[in-house]
Design a protein around this ligand. Structure first.
Ligand code: 5GP
Length: 211
């Protein structure tokens, strides 16, 4: 009955552990498809083209904007990041729940364009923990880490516009809670207007026949 895929945005501070959560969610359930973004940032060690990101030049990125290939895009700590449209629409049409792991500006743009989007925000247990995780990852300089901390502080202003908070304490618990919230979202009335209209139509027809 309810088989349409929904669009899900997952945001979270750098170092909130959302990447780990997404991996676990995708490996445990088969109804999800994770969108791969395009970015002008350089690959980190271990990141792979087409799996983690499509790494492109600024010129290529600007061409994608011009061609209207992106669902949304934003600048984040001096780099462009954007969501290619095609994959998202193809997977939604297949009935998959499509996850965009993007920052707050992009998230709110998506919600404005597609009000059915489910917005989830991942929070680490504390701010100190964010700093510690970034430091431990060891992929950025202290200067970039501090820029990301500043950006995280700015992003905190938008959290109240999200639908759900995901406190990333224990990964397995967190993944289960996310999956439950998404499952519940499938059954919300406003995401099932077609079904509601269909029932109304059936009532009309039924009552006409019985007259
Ligand atoms: P990172 O450089 O750590 O991989 O990502 C930096 C930030 O950009 C993260 O908050 C990440 O969620 C966000 N991001 C990744 N892809 C996109 C995208 O396509 N659009 C937007 N708006 N943000 C993105």
């Amino acid at each position: 009955m309810i088989n349409k895929g929904i669009l899900i945005v997952v945001s979270g501070f750098a170092g909130s552990g959302k990447g780990t959560l997404m991996k676990a969610l995708l490996s445990q359930y088969d109804n999800y498809a994770l969108s791969v973004s395009a970015t002008t940032r350089s690959p980190r060690e271990g990141e792979r083209e087409g799996r983690d990101y499509f790494f492109v030049s600024t010129e290529e990125f600007e061409r994608m904007i011009e061609n209207d290939d992106l669902l949304e895009y934003a600048k984040y700590v001096s780099n462009y990041y954007g969501t290619p449209k095609k994959y998202v629409f193809d997977k939604l049409a297949e009935g998959k729940d499509v996850i965009l792991e993007i920052e707050t500006q992009g998230a709110l743009k998506v919600k404005e364009k597609y009000p059915d989007t489910l917005l989830m925000f991942v929070m680490p247990p504390s701010v100190r923990e964010i700093y510690n995780r970034l430091k431990k990852r060891g992929t950025e300089t202290e200067e970039v880490i501090m820029q990301r901390m500043k950006r995280a502080d700015e992003e905190a202003a938008f959290i109240d516009q999200y639908d759900y908070l995901v406190i990333n304490d224990v990964v397995e618990d967190c993944v289960r809670r996310m999956h439950e919230a998404i499952t519940a979202a499938h059954y919300s009335a406003d995401r099932n207007m077609e079904k509601i209209e269909e029932v109304k139509k059936q009532f009309k027809e039924f009552l006409k026949e019985e007259r």
